[in-house]
Design a binder for this molecule. Structure first.
Ligand code: F6R
Length: 613
């Protein structure tokens, strides 16, 4: 969703800002803007569309400045247009502000500010913030930072914001509650980012601002941070855990393709240091202190959204099969509003690539407030989810730029597998032989994925057929049912083809009505307990002339003969098949989207990190 970048220091600000906006594009946006300071005046340019449109617009302008703020906006309040793009200016034009998050009480604030004579140029919730700050700054005889703190005390909602002031050109003011904000510390210069992407090129030293904090950054001065109670807080420097290389496409045409091909290494990184190969023991350092709580839990609740929710569904199979403990998997967005029964002996596992998904964070807070133990599985180091859970495990998949999640998903499933294996062994629910077998098989997964990736050209051929359809059905059973959901989600989000995932046996209860000769049915038919049942489901589709694209185990003959296209994947323990069977579906979605001329890395309307509910 929206992205923030800001700079103050001796360098030319504009190139840093525009470069930062490009690095933030992956988050999803529909307009962009920049404000700089020149001769004690704020100069502002905003454009609907791409960052490149803003860049073209600024091409012939004088952009010389040593301080500036810039933003990519993903519309919530007010349509995507030039006026609604950030930054927003105060009435006197001396303050410019960019904001991520939502001001929930903006209507009340807006009415009051209008009554006081402020004019609103946009339909956004954000504009109230800049007028409110201006109002307090002018009337309360306080400095700007204090005016920001006082203004924010009256705001309901979430924000990460950066403010540029023509009267105070040597400083930037930033604040945060609910949305992430990082301050990169350079050599007498500061870089602000809503994540590490616009900062990492310049510095790896960062301060993660905490909720309620307001910071003043000025070159040649120490950062001043105050919390919502006006107490001074010491800045705490941390190392940014991403590399520039992770942010580049390398030799790949798209981030998504790069990230699909990175999966063998991402999975190895997820496992690194967590399997003692000499002793064949699984242990996740991040949860050791809470292992007893997990072992003695009454039940596990897994809450997540989208692809992470699909990983959670696979987690349910893993935990129930191996640990023999009850698991409920919840859409975080539903869970948070359902007044669910949560007890102190429940363990909530929240799964999130970004660690900033608003609904997942709200589910986490709800469970915490009811006394449950909370465990995070998260990719972004230092994210809100990672900070707010009792304990957790990072997925270590590396920065994921493509909006369609791929390597983060398989890394989540890897961590869930390790967690389930570790707990199952400690609880004595799994025979040593099965434990070793699963560990060995898990370690062989990266090599198996390498083999699947060699079929990229064949999958491209299959994509030619799927690209022509309007609908697609994905079927799977058991642990491959969530893979069917995930395959369908990948296809619809990047190619805009309507796709549904179903448990194969459910097809008879409705979706079978959709099947005709134009309908591709993608079936996960690897050799598992329900193989014969899936074969029957395939017969049912064929009897109605549906086209079968199957994912089968290497050497399979039966389903292969029944299929219009069959993709073979190496054999593996049934519980681990999702780690392999999802790969062809990711590649299929990628190639279909390309053939349909879609923007694979930045699908329409989608945001990488859904930080508003
Ligand atoms: C789909 C996708 C989304 C995310 C969902 C949750 O490819 O990426 O469905 O999985 O928005 O995001 P995180 O995992 O960041 O909480």
């Amino acid at each position: 969703m929206c992205g923030i970048v800001a700079y103050i220091g001796p360098k030319a600000a504009y190139p840093i800002l525009i470069n930062g906006l490009r690095r933030l594009e992956y988050r999803g946006y529909d307009s962009a803007g920049v404000a700089i300071i020149q001769d004690h005046n704020i100069v502002l340019y905003k454009r609907r569309g791409k960052v490149s449109d803003l860049e073209d617009y600024c091409m012939d302008k004088d952009m010389a400045a040593c301080a500036g703020i810039a933003h990519t906006r993903w519309a919530t309040h007010g349509e995507p247009n030039d006026e609604n793009a950030h930054p927003h200016l105060s009435e006197d034009g001396k303050l410019a502000l960019i904001h991520n998050g939502i001001v929930e009480n903006y209507l009340v604030l807006k009415q009051e500010l209008m009554r006081r004579g402020y004019t609103f140029r946009s339909n956004t919730d954000t504009e109230v913030l800049v007028h409110l700050i201006e109002d307090i700054y002018k009337n309360e005889q306080v400095d700007l930072a204090e005016a920001v703190r006082l203004a924010l005390s009256g705001v309901v909602g979430t924000y990460a914001l950066a403010i540029l002031s023509a009267e105070n050109p040597g400083q930037l003011i930033v604040a945060k509650r609910g949305s992430p904000l990082l301050i990169g510390v350079g050599d007498n210069e500061y870089f602000i980012g809503s994540d590490g992407a616009p900062i990492v090129e310049y510095t790896k030293q960062v301060i993660y601002l905490k909720d309620g904090e307001v910071a003043v950054v000025s070159p040649h001065r120490e950062i001043v941070i105050k919390n919502s109670e006006n107490e001074t807080k010491r800045p705490y420097l941390e190392k940014l855990e991403i590399s520039l290389e992770q942010l580049e496409k390398g030799n790949f045409d798209h981030y998504m393709l790069k990230e699909i091909f990175e999966q063998p290494n991402a999975i190895k990184d997820s496992m690194r240091g967590r399997i003692n190969t000499q002793k064949n023991v699984v242990s996740l350092g991040g949860i050791i202190e809470y292992e007893e709580k997990m072992l003695n839990a009454h039940r596990f609740i897994i809450a997540a959204c989208g692809t992470s929710w699909h990983a959670g569904l696979i987690g349910e199979y893993l935990f129930e099969s191996l640990v023999r403990m009850p698991v409920e998997v919840e859409y975080a967005s539903e869970f948070r509003y359902r007044n669910p029964v949560i007890n102190e002996d429940d363990v909530l596992i929240v799964i999130s690539q970004s660690g900033e998904t608003a609904d997942t964070l709200a589910a986490l807070e709800l469970a915490k407030s009811r006394g449950a133990t909370t465990i995070g599985i998260c990719n972004v180091v230092g994210s809100t989810l990672a900070r707010n859970t009792h304990a957790g495990s990072y997925t270590h998949a590396g920065h994921e730029t493509g909006v369609a999640s791929t390597k983060a998903f398989t890394a989540q499933v890897t961590v869930l597998t390790l967690m389930a294996l570790g707990l199952a062994r400690k609880k004595g629910k799994i025979a040593l032989s099965q434990y070793y077998q699963l560990i060995n098989d898990l370690e062989s997964i990266p090599g198996k994925i390498e083999k699947i990736l060699t079929q990229n050209d064949y999958i491209k051929e299959i994509a030619q057929f799927v690209a022509q359809t309007k609908n697609a059905i994905y079927l799977g059973r058991g642990v491959n049912f969530p893979v069917a959901l995930e395959g369908a989600l990948k296809l619809k989000e990047i190619s805009y083809i309507h796709a549904e995932g179903y448990p194969a046996a459910e097809m008879k209860h409705g979706p079978i009505a959709l099947i005709d000769e134009a309908m591709p049915v993608i079936v996960l038919a690897t050799e598992q307990e329900t193989y014969e049942k899936v074969v029957s489901n395939i017969q049912e589709v064929k009897a109605r002339k549906g086209k079968i694209i199957s994912i089968v185990s290497q050497g399979d003959k039966l389903v292969k003969e029944m299929s219009d296209y069959a993709i073979e994947i190496p054999r593996t323990e049934e519980l681990l098949t999702p780690l392999a069977s999802c790969i062809p579906l990711q590649l299929l979605a990628y190639h279909v989207a390309l053939l349909r001329g879609c923007d694979v890395d930045k699908p329409r309307n989608l945001a990488k990190s859904v930080s508003v509910e």
